[in-house]
Design a protein around this ligand. Structure first.
Ligand code: ASP
Length: 440
């Protein structure tokens, strides 16, 4: 068995956390390729090392003296090194190299990447594992996307005869050999790439929560945890705001059917959440989870005989495309279609979009509604259960929530409901209550 294990910033924030991580790694010999993040926050008011390094870059780009900030960063690492009792780690050498590079050629990606780089060196030293520099195995293309072909090939070649290794997360190199990072939280992506390339049996992603919860704990007190969720369900939930795993981390393992297991470093006995391609396990509840987001606008376009006009939808969407606005949903009726967009992207361009819709598609009317919240109710259990939609709407009506929009995906995996922003929390509570008390 091969397990690729990624540890997030809070799991490596100080020496105490590092020790927990080492214990987890050593408890299972299948945990062979370790992907660490940079040290995260030790408490709520703390600063992540990555943020300190970005500040360091900002100082460097102004040509100012770096010593004070470098010393603060060094102190974070020294506390870890000393706390772990490591004697032979030359942190001054690392700091000097960062300083030299940032004085000569300051780039934000290089600065930000050093958090993972040094943490990886410390971890490799502590565990006695080989250190593999991601700059030699992870490659970006010109558009800052991943060069998957080259990356997979090089990862496989490099790790072929390596039994145990530490590979820092979050960065790789550009075509020109410059250090480049993923977007924030991108160590999740590195772990997924390594797991996909070596065809691991599982990708374990260790963080500070025991997996996904069925609803946002800021809205629902003590929501139930999700034991198992499919990639498709997670997509429906994650793009609505779940934040445990970087969105892009799904794809490299999903395409080769490797499950992800989200685990809690502070509670290693918890099974966490399994994210899988498909499963025969019966879900405990009809719904797997509820996620939502406020701040949408609905743009409704009316035109008589729209249904028989070829190309009408394309013309309407072109108006959004011309203004660089992506759309979230597009429910339609016989003579109407509604395009739901993020208010913050749309509002400042609303009149341009409306005039473009008129110019391109000649509708009878265009109407904008604001203050819309979208709620996604997701569950593979819905398909085989009658009356799910009925129960959702009964619950909402009981709670005096006015439903402004409904969209059910043809896969019967999700129902999207639009409500007023003001009804957002009430709506989620009423849907959660009705389902999570009823087992399948
Ligand atoms: N250290 C990076 C960040 O703070 C990447 C990561 O932690 O995954 O965003």
């Amino acid at each position: 068995m091969v397990k690729v294990v990624k540890f997030g910033g809070s799991s490596l924030a100080d020496a105490k956390q590092f020790k927990k991580v080492a214990e987890i790694i050593k408890a299972d010999p299948d945990r062979r390729y370790i992907v660490p993040s940079a040290p995260g926050k030790r408490h709520d008011d703390d600063t992540k090392v990555t943020d300190m390094l970005i500040e360091l870059y900002e100082i460097a780009s102004k040509g100012k003296n770096l010593d004070k900030k470098l010393n603060e960063i060094k102190a974070r690492y020294c506390a870890i090194i000393e706390g772990l009792g490591i004697k032979d780690f030359d942190i001054d050498k690392e700091m000097k190299e960062i300083k030299a590079e940032l004085e000569y050629n300051p780039t934000c990606d290089f600065a930000a990447s050093r958090g993972e780089y040094i943490n990886g060196l410390i971890m490799a030293n502590y565990l006695g594992y080989e250190f593999v520099d991601p700059k030699d195995i992870i490659f970006f293309n010109e558009e800052h996307g991943l060069n998957s072909y080259k990356t997979e090939k090089r990862v496989r070649e490099r790790l072929k005869d390596v039994e145990y290794a530490v590979i820092p997360g979050f960065f790789g190199s550009s075509k020109e050999g410059e250090i480049m990072t993923f977007s924030r939280g991108g160590s999740d992506i590195t772990g997924s790439i390594i797991a996909g390339a070596v065809k691991a049996d599982v990708y374990e992603n260790w963080t500070d929560v025991s997996g996904f919860l069925a609803a946002d704990p800021r809205i629902i007190e003590n929501p139930v945890g999700i034991d198992m969720i499919t990639y498709r369900e997670l997509r429906e939930l994650s793009y609505m705001g779940a934040s445990v795993l970087h969105e892009d981390a799904i794809f490299p393992v999903r395409s080769v059917g490797i499950p992800i297991n989200i685990r809690n470093t502070n509670k290693p006995e918890d099974e966490g959440t399994w994210i899988v391609e498909s499963t025969g396990h019966k879900p405990e509840y009809v719904i797997t989870g509820i996620a939502g987001k406020q701040g949408f606008c609905a743009v409704s376009i009316t035109k008589a005989l729209m249904n028989s006009e070829i190309g009408f939808g394309r013309k309407v969407l072109q108006a959004f495309e011309e203004n660089d606005i992506s759309f979230e949903h597009m429910p339609s009726g016989i003579d109407t279609m509604t395009v739901v967009v993020h208010a913050d992207e749309f509002i400042e361009k609303e009149q341009q979009v409306v005039s473009a819709i008129h110019r391109l598609s000649e509708p009878d009317a265009v109407e904008i509604e604001t203050d819309l919240a979208l709620i996604a109710v997701v569950g593979r259990g819905m398909k085989s259960t009658r009356g799910t939609a009925g129960r959702i709407f009964a619950a909402l009506s009981h709670a005096h929530v006015n439903v402004r929009m409904i969209d059910q995906g043809s896969s019967e995996l999700n129902i999207i409901i639009g409500v007023e922003n003001a009804d957002f929390e009430k709506a989620i509570k009423s849907i959660y209550d009705i389902f999570v008390t009823t087992k399948l």
